[in-house]
Design a protein around this ligand. Sequence first.
Ligand code: NDP
Ligand code: HSE
Length: 443
Amino acid sequence: MTENKQPTYNPGKGAGEPVGVAILGLGTVGSEVLRLMGEHSDAFAHRIGGPLELKGVAVSDLEKPRPGVDRGLLTDDAMSLINRDDVDIVVEVIGGIDYPRRLVLAALNAGKSVVTANKALVAAHADELAEAADAANVDLYFEAAVAAAIPVVGMLRRSLAGDQIQRISGIVNGTTNFILDAMESTGATYEDALAEATRLGYAEADPTADVEGHDAASKAAILASLGFHTRVKFDDVHCEGITKVTAEDIEAARNAGYVLKLLAICERLTDEAGVESVAARVHPTLVPVDHPLASVNESYNAIFVEAEAAGRLMFYGNGAGGAPTASAVLGDIVGAARNKVHGGRAPGENTYANLPIADFGDVTTRYHIDMEVEDRTGVLAELSAIFAAHNISLKTVRQEESGEDARLIVVTHSAREADLAATVEDLKKTSAVKAVDSVIRLI
Ligand code: NDP
Ligand code: HSE
């Protein structure tokens, strides 16, 4: 039997030196970061090479009850906390854009490393934040900003830095996945499912960001920027949320062998002349029931990465909630603290490829179109001609009885967004078409 050695701090520059941490925000995420940082303080000290020392926590409301929190740590003056000499790492878990931007820039400019879970901030101001971190030679970590506990940011920044990524796609918003899953599996209403997702701490402070797809679009911008070494901003992402999805859409999808999911899809496109560009989009998508993404339920997230040498990789895990997000935040705090103790910096972003952002009209995908049409001879031929005129080839056509009219469900082969939009316009103008009930993209 070998004798257990006493645990030691990692040897290295500054071994044993404390690392000062300030936490900005003590809500769903911040309170879990605080709890876990306290519970595992010994382990963190060993992993870092010196103890983490919590210097203060900024909140908005000092009077709010916060059981178990040392009130002496609380302040409502985040800027003063950041500027304390004994603070080395600033953790931003407030949310929003303008105010946290000021705080994060102040921290970076003062030479403090920053850990943030704020995808809206990173997707809107990544260049400015990265430049400030570079200028001060400090870390800017944001693992929790995409898919909470799934370590996809570190995987793109480090593990896949030697590969050429072609496509990143998947479910990156826990709230909308929770809502769609509840509507599908329990018949819950949209409103009840959203209220439950909010109660469980999955939704943003303003859940509009979740249900309108904005949160997923911010994450898509971050993933595309990292994967394609090109700055992709929130505004570059085509975004459609789930607010127009009805119980009927979900039932129709199920009957046709699909599950409806809100997907983020980031792709490297190559045109006929060989010119590359980047496209990022978020929209409700029909996923065949036997596809791995179809069984990603509740608030779970899953991300596929397709890379030239690695092939297809899939990452699955908790995509929202206090503790899963705190796991990613704490991983970043440990990383930034290690660098503080031992020297060095985390790999930053590099946007050297600087690929153009593709026009959304040039993106290609397959479509599922549900229409009410006149039930008479010649209608199919008439409608097929409209699709053909726009260069869209049909994969399947199914007709069902619908009172005096007929219901026509068309699945296309891959087609350009611009061609599909023009086709739908023409279909709507055709007297044989009573209504185009839904146009949903297929994975
Ligand atoms: P919450 O709304 O639960 O918490 C926000 C916290 O920020 C509260 O403690 C609030 O104070 C504090 N705050 C608000 N304004 C100020 C201010 N002016 N000065 C100091 N503190 C302030 O948000 P979450 O914890 O859910 O989210 C935080 C961040 O993490 C967001 O960027 C979010 O997008 C991101 N995130 C969240 C995930 C989740 O599942 N919830 C997952 C991944 C990322 P008070 O307590 O006094 O109200
Ligand atoms: N509101 C976000 C979601 C939190 O539901 O996915 C995690 O980023």
